[in-house]
Design a protein around this ligand. Sequence first.
Ligand code: SF4
Length: 334
Amino acid sequence: MPFVPSYRVLSRTGELGRRADALEAMLASCSICPHLCGNNRLLGELARCSSGALPVVSAYTPHFGEEPSLVGTNGVGNIFFGNCNLRCVYCQNYLISQNHREERKNEVTIDRLAGIMLELQGRGCHAIGLVSPTHFVPQIVRALDIAAGRGLDRPIVYNTNAYDSVEVLRLLDGVIDVYLPDLKYADDDMGEQYSKIKEYTRHARAALVEMHRQVGSDLLLGEDSFVKRGMIIRHLVLPNDIAGSKQSLGWVASTLGAHTTLSVMSQYFPTHAAVTMPLLDRKIREGEYHRVLASLERLGLDRGWIQDFEASECYKPEFDDRERPFKGESDNRI
Ligand code: SF4
């Protein structure tokens, strides 16, 4: 039987509209992410993420730089949202994530956002990828309701830095098909220093537990062998163990289970403010990466993808044939 995303059912019954109502109400005193800024975004008051009532779409395109089971043959239809609730000093997308004055020109209406989703489906994309969606969840859910009414039927991928509110994530239960969160740090001091954020670890771990509750450990694959439902945790290894890789992987194994799907990445390169920061101004070393991979094995984490170390040597922002699956990629199919 072909896969039908559950947001289509929620839309048909009116539940998706009610979720959008509840989320939009949160914009009046913004509590969309754990910053809890309390500004009225409906009146255009800006706070930490510099985002108002309308979504900012910096770019959208079929994208081939994600994990192979998401990309397929036609790519993920990625929608890159402008602005961000983090301020990572090494952000590769800082020109759109930390440039809100320029990004204002990329504001779109909710109806246009729905049209973009449908356009990407029309271009053959296997899924719709929401890249840095956290601060625009209410607008996205409203647009999704409109697009579902006009025939959108692709799985929705939520590609997030994981600084997400659990309350908001609960309203996304049944709306998001595939969670693709980062797990950036194991130490709040690192989050504060390098992403200008408080209590990243506590909030991100709580968010991952909620995502896992919704979609579980197993990746559900469609007849086309591409992911339709599940969670893939991305972990970017940073120089000088700033990411706390061993602790983060240990937490995943002990809390979410050894069969959690991971994507371990070596592709860090210094950019933005990191180029002048002594602990971040270089790529990772082979020994650093191999120690992380050894932790994976020790912890029995056996599902997902490992980016080859060479990806950090000749960086390009793609997951491609340099990325190898671990032995146990899920076999669940629909
Ligand atoms: S979404 Fe933006 S305005 Fe709202 S709480 Fe988070 S950072 Fe603040």
